[in-house]
Design a protein around this ligand. Structure first.
Ligand SMILES: Cc1ncc(COP(=O)(O)O)c(C=O)c1O
Length: 375
């Protein structure tokens, strides 16, 4: 099966481990095992001792009842635990939805720029994919007249990513409801990649899940970003029952279960969802203030200030392509950014600003130094 290389993943695989100041990472500063376990005052020795007797079977195939119940209760308002299916990360959730629903001849629409998987995988399964551009002059939000003009009678799925990686734009209730109306007009599913959901800058932003808005809404998510637990490799699909059934039928061929220990630790995290979210909102808000100060002082950088998530696209005025800029920056200073070319956004770099504040400050200083040297 033909598929293009996944540019951002190739970039991270090649360089991430040599970064001294990793300001390309998209997770909110990851938790250690000890930080996770002790969040609610649990004694770590007792916690880990309680695992000694766990028999390492496949465990619950579709995710433990507790995991599915906590996901349904913490993140959604209208679904039941049986509407949640555990997967290997958010990436596994997206893949499984496309593997289960998309057939040759289908039409799929995806926002762009976004996580490349969301438009490349349906294409690889034989769909015709139209991209709906997210432009800086529209604050990286979609033009819904343009979306209307793209839908067809065979549109199987409209794919969105809310909040958006890489721009940090977020669509609120009103816009989501209008997207649902357009999808309903042609009977299309809406897949919304919601791995950054709830990482909001403003307390009053109203950003419901697509699964709570639309009878054919499919939410994909994970514990990687908003819960700082990428090492657990646990994600899920939250969707109507017929979609879950189709995904389960297909998942039997790729995944038996997703690992008992990961499930146990994710359950502990989901029990403390509010605590982790509060920690992480503080990190993204404090760090965006640092980034905003820096952008305002740097004449060669500008941006649409993100309203959610962990990333921003910085427009950069340097005399070299974005890949050359980022490889040079890393080699000369140890600071690590992602080139806009990974998102077909030449002239930009993507920053992940949810690392620890000292790393962000030092990384930005290195970027300033390097740009001055280049000029
Ligand atoms: C929008 C989006 N979806 C999915 C993923 C995959 O995340 P994971 O599989 O760790 O949950 C990423 C990772 O960067 C992402 O940015």
């Amino acid at each position: 099966m033909e598929i293009k290389a996944f540019s951002v993943e190739e970039w991270m695989n090649a360089y991430e481990t040599s970064a001294v100041y990793n300001i390309a990472e998209t997770c909110v500063d990851s938790l250690t095992l000890e930080e996770l376990v002790t969040l609610d005052g649990t004694n770590p020795d007792e916690f880990f001792r309680s695992l000694y007797d766990v028999k390492l079977t496949y465990g619950h195939i579709e995710g433990s009842p507790e995991f599915r119940q906590l996901v349904a209760a913490n993140l959604y308002s209208s679904i039941e635990p049986h509407n949640v299916l555990v997967t290997n990360g958010g990436i596994g959730a997206n893949f499984l939805v496309f593997y289960s629903l998309v057939q040759p001849g289908d039409h799929v629409i995806s926002v762009h720029p976004t996580y490349q998987q969301i438009y490349e995988v349906p294409k690889s399964f034989g769909a015709t994919v139209d991209l709906l551009p997210l432009r800086p002059e529209n604050n990286f939000l979609p033009d819904l007249d343009e979306l209307k003009s793209l839908v067809k009678s065979n549109t199987k799925c409209i794919c969105i990513n809310n909040p958006n990686n890489p721009s940090g734009a977020v669509m609120e209730r009103d816009m989501l409801e209008r997207i649902v109306e357009i999808a309903r007009s042609c009977g299309a599913y809406v897949l919304c990649d919601e791995v950054y959901r709830n990482l909001l800058q403003a307390d009053d932003a109203d950003v419901p899940s697509i699964v709570d808005l639309y009878e054919k809404g499919i939410s994909t998510s994970s514990v990687s970003k908003a819960l700082s637990l990428a090492g657990l490799r646990l994600g899920w699909i939250a969707a109507p029952q017929e979609v879950i059934a189709e995904c389960m039928k297909h998942r039997d061929y790729t995944t038996i279960s997703c690992g008992m220990l990961d499930d146990i630790l994710a359950v502990h995290a989901l029990k403390n969802y509010d605590k982790i979210l509060q920690r992480n909102r503080t990190i993204v808000r404090d760090n965006l203030a640092i980034l905003d100060d820096w952008v305002n002082k740097e004449p060669d950088f500008s941006y649409v200030k993100p309203r959610a998530g962990t990333t921003a696209l910085l427009k950069v005025d340097v005399p070299v392509p974005s890949v050359t800029f980022c490889t040079g920056l890393l080699a000369n200073t140890g600071a690590f950014l992602t080139p806009g070319a990974c998102f077909d956004m030449e002239g930009y770099v993507r920053i992940g600003y949810a690392c620890s504040s000292p790393v962000l400050r030092e990384g930005l200083e290195k970027v300033s130094e390097y740009v001055r040297k280049l000029k």
